[in-house]
Each structure stands twice: as structure tokens, then as C-alpha cells.
Design a binder for this molecule. Sequence first.
Ligand code: SAM
Length: 264
Amino acid sequence: MTLYGVGLGPGDAGLVTVRGRETLEAADVVYTPGRLSRTVALNYVAESQLGDLDFPMTRDEDELRRAWKAAAAEVAPVAADGTAAFVTLGDPNVYSTFGHLRRTLSRFHPAVDVEVVPGVSTVTAFATALDVEITAGSDLVLREAANGRAPAGPDRMVLFKVTDVPATHEGLVEAGYDVTFGRRLYMENHETVVTDDPERLEERDYYTVAYAERPDAGERPATAAFGRETTADGGAPGGDAREELATAEAAGDGDARRTGVGDE
Ligand SMILES: C[S@@+](CC[C@H](N)C(=O)[O-])C[C@H]1O[C@@H](n2cnc3c(N)ncnc32)[C@H](O)[C@@H]1O
């Protein structure tokens, strides 16, 4: 008896993992928390596999607890007789509704096993979409910035739920950040916007993420500061670097020194 939490990735069916797809195809019932996740799931499951759960749009905690108890009561017998899956956009363990279901099952239906199939989260997808490199050694903090909020402090932040882009932009710029926004990244049948111009994103859209970075943030990776090598000599090391490489090679460490790569 298993409930699988399956991460669908940001919204492009091509970014669902192979394991996620196989899990969905094999599930007896697939529950979807919203229209977007349902559309992505339907690439891999038949309409008849979809289950029905009701999710109220409320912040009232009593109402939320009642709704999640009802959802768990619906899912538990399905998982007892076979396999159920609950999909989320991104990853099920990152800022996700799946946590509520998992906690409720564990409290009221502890016999149900829960397994998670990770998905491509906005936390990683944003970097490629916004053409940002988070270099090794960087600190990166996740925050929410709903309704114009502009949290500040860390050197680098990924901000979820950026519903009032102009207000959040103003606050972050005042606090000294460079900011880039991404809307509907890797979402099928939707326009993707990546911009640092808040006026392009005046309309409210929940599927908006921001990346804020202080201009002086940053570790300097070795390759950001080349010396006298030129493209003409193929970047061949000269002087001190050649000596260092010879020493490293004598110690049997030449490949790692040449490429800067060990096992990740
Ligand atoms: C409740 S969080 C869910 C995060 C999700 N579990 C994940 O791992 O990406 C919802 C927020 O994620 C961000 N988000 C999710 N998918 C997105 C997408 N395709 N493009 C831009 N932002 C997205 C938005 O900031 C949205 O308000």
C-alpha cells in the first residue's frame, strides 16, 4: 500500500522524470491538486485514472485541516488496495501541498507507505531559465514575496509567489539588489517571460519567481580570473601555472588540477 508523491517539474511534460512518468503510468489513481498539474499529468495518464480531491483556497487553518483529513481519507483506501499517486508541480518536498497530505496520512492512516519521486524544482530550473550561475560555494536562500513583499538580507535569494512584481522590485532595488523575474518558466502552452523590467509583469500571476543578488555578492571561481593565457595558445598554462601542474602531475593529481574537477 503506497502513495507516491510525484514531482512533475515546472510544467513541461518533457521535464517529467522517467521514473515519475513510469510511476504515473502504473498508478491506479492519480490525484492532482490543480488545473496545471492535471494538464501535465494527462500527458502520461488516462482521464479515467484521475481521482478527485477538493482543495479549498483558504488560509483558515481549521478549514485546511478538515480538507486534508478528507483528502487523506479518500486516498488511504486507494493506496491500501493498490497504488495511488499525488502529483505536484516542481518537487513534492519543496514549498508544496504534498507535505500536508503526507503529515495527515502519517497521523491518521499510518499504515500507508509514502514514497516520493523528486521533480525538477523551480529552485533549480530558474537558474537555467534566467541564465544565472550559482557557483560552487554560494549561499542561496529561499523566500516568499507575495503581495509586494521584498525580503532582504542574504546576498542571493530565490523568491516564490511574486504576485506584485513592481512593488517587490521597488523594495529589493531600494535594498541594493539586482533582480530578475521569471514567469511561467518551462510551462507548456504558456508564454514564458524572463525580464528585469517590472513593467512587463504588472499583471498578477502566481507562477512568478524572482532571483535577487547583491552586485558585490560572490565567490570568485578560479576560472573567473584567467591570467596571461590567450585563445591563440589554446589557454596553455604558462609560468607558475605550468610549474604547479608539473608538481601536481608528479603527485599523480594532474587530471584534477588540469580540469579543476574531482568527483562531484
Ligand atoms: C507553492 S510553490 C511550489 C514550488 C514547487 N513545489 C517547486 O518545487 O518548484 C509555488 C511557487 O513556485 C514558483 N513556480 C512554480 N512553478 C513555476 C514556473 N514554472 N515558473 C515560475 N515560477 C514557478 C512560483 O513562484 C510559485 O508561486
